[in-house]
Design a protein around this ligand. Structure first.
Ligand code: SF4
Length: 75
């Protein structure tokens, strides 16, 4: 079985660019105020989720290994 990631969005930091929901719509959605939310607290590790975190202009997306809490992004 692949790794599972715990994903959070710091909505105090999110500037509503929409990049994450645009590039990984299976993992992120925007609410009515265009603030990003992970669709689940835990997601399968994937390149698209990592790319979304990397493309966030304010590094509002935090990824940790679900099992250990070790940081994935930012590392
Ligand atoms: S890419 Fe970052 S700033 Fe843009 S909506 Fe997603 S979390 Fe917010």
């Amino acid at each position: 079985m692949g790794d599972r990631w715990h994903v959070e969005v710091d909505r105090a930091v999110c500037i509503s660019s929409g990049f994450c929901a645009g590039s990984a719509p299976e993992a992120f959605r925007l609410d009515a105020a265009r603030q990003s939310h992970p669709r689940e607290d835990e997601l399968d590790a994937s390149e698209s989720v990592l790319a979304a975190a990397e493309s966030c202009p304010v590094e509002a997306i935090l990824i940790q290994m679900a099992e250990t809490g070790d940081p994935v992004f930012p590392d």
